[in-house]
Design a protein around this ligand. Structure first.
Ligand code: HDE
Length: 684
């Protein structure tokens, strides 16, 4: 890497990574020492039926390498999926921060983003009820900046010292390692009831936010309050937001559980496919900014990570856009080895005294040392800055840089005191000089003590179907707890939020309905409800059910109409191969009824054709597809013979069900798909 000032553009990280890529296709096989291998099927033995010999170095090298293929999975966020992309700025943020990547809208900053679940192991299912991680590494000309965010804006605890406790409580129980990737067990809810600062995050966890339809359809939140510092040294408090252009959408719980079995890779496959198809996911970057003088102007402490800044009070200013446009070449090399750290900052971005953030600043490097085997993980290609880096750090496991010369200390005269430090005015990082004073104490500010008001704000902001989902989720999760005492404690805790919510849950899970008044907060924040999110049909996936003898001319036109709106579809039929229409048009069948499932589609479009209504297997399977989609509030379209299924199941004319007797079927069906789900439908 040259010492020249780096020219950062969207592809500069890609260019750097190219140097490390290897294509083994059409090459001769060698050992790791480069020795051509003559036989890769047999180990060297003494005689045809004799013992294997120690001197078989190829066997030993191959198996030893295999034995060491695994590294520890992340202690949390073990299951993740990473992709490359770029960040572009809409307007200069110079007034607030001197961060170089936030100055010039012409600069495109390369990024790597890793989405994750939190609790499950690497091999667990994507669609479990959980928080999602949304970690972004910006490769800027001043070094890497990591925004290590989640898809919910608050956290379970207020102080980093409690992180091992919450994680121990929610992970599988230690005596039997059950359950996997789920909070629906005793220790988690025991933690919740006895650590009531968790109330807000747990409410989000019981909401639809915990089962996102897609990584492409969820928000990201930096959670903590950070600081922007401008070139005059003036600071502002700031919170970071990612807002998906496709809107924020979720699965329903029954569907999420079924997908976990049918397609555990559901969310990662969805992201992978969208990028391969050129449907690049986009998220706008928003900031909420509070002036330093207003630090105490709110009825919550702005340093408390269990609190949001309601958007109606502190508007989100949209300043840029993230586009995810490239899948990785190698999952392990890139996604598994990427190392995020909230302490990777650039000049112009600084920390606050949020005690959770302060705790994180210790943990991330520490965990990488174990996971990636030493202090040189910054040399792993995905972690390498795109700008040059020089210092006197040396050696350690797996060191790759060959630092030349005799000097590796500071101050020195032999190398003219280089590498030289950079004065703050010229771009050296200088910590914001916040004035602090106080005694060393083990005490939290009383301003962190209100654990329920914002939980009520969230509850008040939910639409009726979202509230019902929360009641159902609490009933499932707390109802899975064996200890009646813990169940009772949880409903009593949530009686401090909303008595009606707590009473309904208590009735569902067989404990005594609590008494009390609930929180007196009446305010709502419409921005919190997914009912108010952006709605678009783009990139939605429709399962199209066809049988031989379908009306090919008309159906092709309809499918074309769906495509024109950015909707993707898959043809489902009884057998694989092709399905043939009345005019002998053949369409490739993507799936049979058994290789896919209605839970894997956003909508179902039934056409049938030929003998479909009388063919037992076709009839039974299509009925299952339509009824399952109906139960999950999904749009259903039917034309031609397909209308017969709507009539049989008494679905005709119900919300989100569009039939071919309408003149403009395509427009209506597209509208129904854009709505995502039809919550006003009566489902038994
Ligand atoms: Fe993390 N967290 N965390 N966390 N976190 C990790 O670092 C930790 C917290 C988040 O895709 C670990 O490399 C502590 C908040 C994401 O690689 C570990 C505390 C938020 C990821 C760790 C928190 C997060 C992690 C595990 C409380 C949202 C995945 C592996 C003080 C703002 C990054 C690793 C990826 C990963 C510690 C709290 C987000 C152990 C001690 C709050 C998205 O270092």
């Amino acid at each position: 890497m040259s010492d020249d000032k780096p020219k950062i553009n969207g592809s500069s990280k890609q260019e750097q990574l190219e140097q490390f890529k290897v294509d083994d296709t059409n090459k001769k096989m060698t050992t790791n020492q480069g020795l051509p291998v003559s036989n890769d099927e047999l180990s060297l033995t003494a005689g045809k039926r004799g013992p294997t010999l120690m001197e078989d170095f190829h066997f030993r090298e191959k198996v030893t390498h295999f034995d060491h293929e695994r590294i520890p999975e992340r202690v949390v966020h073990a299951r993740g999926f990473g992709v490359h992309g770029e960040f572009e700025l809409y307007e200069s943020m110079k007034a607030y921060t001197k961060a170089k990547f936030l100055q010039d809208p012409k600069v495109k900053t390369p990024v790597f983003v890793r989405f994750s679940t939190v609790v499950g192991s690497r091999g667990s299912a994507d669609t479990v009820r959980d928080v999602r991680g949304f970690a972004t590494k910006f490769y800027t000309e001043e070094g890497n900046y990591d925004l290590v965010a989640n898809n919910m804006p608050v956290f379970f605890i207020q102080d980093g010292i409690k992180f091992p406790d919450i994680v121990h409580a929610i992970k599988p129980e230690p005596h039997n390692e059950i359950p996997q990737a789920s909070g629906a067990h005793d220790t988690f809810w025991d933690f919740v009831a006895n650590n009531q600062e968790s109330a807000h995050q747990v409410m989000w966890l019981m909401s639809d936010r915990a089962i996102p339809r897609s990584f492409r359809m969820m928000q990201g939140f930096g959670i903590h309050t950070f600081r922007f510092v401008n070139d005059q040294g003036k600071a502002h408090f700031v919170k970071f937001h990612w807002i998906p252009k496709l809107g924020v959408h979720s699965l329903v719980w029954d569907e999420a559980q079924k997908i976990a079995g049918k397609k555990p890779d559901y969310n990662r496959q969805d992201l992978y496919d969208a990028i391969e198809m050129g449907d690049f996911p986009e998220y706008e970057f928003g900031v909420q900014i509070i002036e330093e003088k207003d630090e105490f102007a709110f009825d919550f402490d702005i340093l408390d990570p269990t609190k949001i800044w309601p958007e109606e009070d502190v508007p989100v200013k949209i300043i840029g856009k993230l586009t995810l446009n490239r899948n990785v070449d190698n999952f392990f090399a890139e996604t598994e080895q990427v190392a995020f750290h909230p302490g990777h900052v650039v000049p112009g971005i600084d920390f606050t005294n949020d005690p959770l953030l302060q705790g994180r600043l210790f943990s991330y490097i520490d965990t990488q040392l174990l996971r990636l085997g030493g202090p040189n993980f910054h040399e792993i290609p995905v972690n390498k800055p795109v700008c040059p880096f020089h210092n006197n750090q040396r050696d350690g496991f797996h060191r790759q840089t060959i630092n030349k010369g005799q000097v590796s200390y500071h101050n020195n005269s032999l190398a003219a005191n280089t590498p030289a430090t950079t004065p703050e005015k010229e771009g050296g990082y200088a910590h914001y000089q916040e004035k602090v004073e106080g005694s060393k104490i083990l005490e939290r500010s009383e301003s962190f003590n209100d654990h329920f008001s914002q939980v009520k704000l969230f509850w008040n902001s939910m639409s009726p179907h979202e509230q019902q989902h929360i009641i159902d989720a609490f009933s499932f999760e707390v109802g899975s707890v064996k200890s009646m005492n813990v169940r009772q404690q949880v409903v009593e805790m949530y009686a401090h939020v909303d008595l009606e919510l707590a009473t309904q849950v208590a009735n569902n899970i067989g404990v005594i309905p609590p008494t009390g008044e609930g929180s007196s907060v009446t305010k709502a924040s419409p921005a919190l409800s997914q009912a108010n999110t952006m709605k678009t049909p783009a990139t939605r996936k429709v399962g199209v059910i066809l049988n031989n003898g379908f009306n090919d001319a008309e159906v092709k036109e309809i499918l074309h109409g769906l495509n024109a709106e950015g909707i993707v579809y898959e043809i489902i039929s009884e057998k694989q191969g092709v399905v043939t229409g009345i005019n002998d048009v053949d369409l490739m069948v993507d799936h049979t009824f058994t290789t896919t499932d209605p839970v894997l589609y956003d909508a179902i479009y039934v056409v049938g054709g030929g003998d479909s209504l009388d063919n037992n297997v076709f009839h039974k399977q299509t009925t299952y597809y339509v009824k399952e989609a109906f139960k999950h509030y999904k749009p259903i379209g039917a034309t031609h013979d397909g209308v017969g299924w709507l009539e049989e199941s008494n679905m005709t004319g119900t919300p989100g069900v569009v039939d071919g007797n309408n003149n403009d079927f395509v427009n209506k069906f597209v509208g129904a798909i854009a709505a995502h789900r039809h919550w006003d439908r009566k489902v038994n």
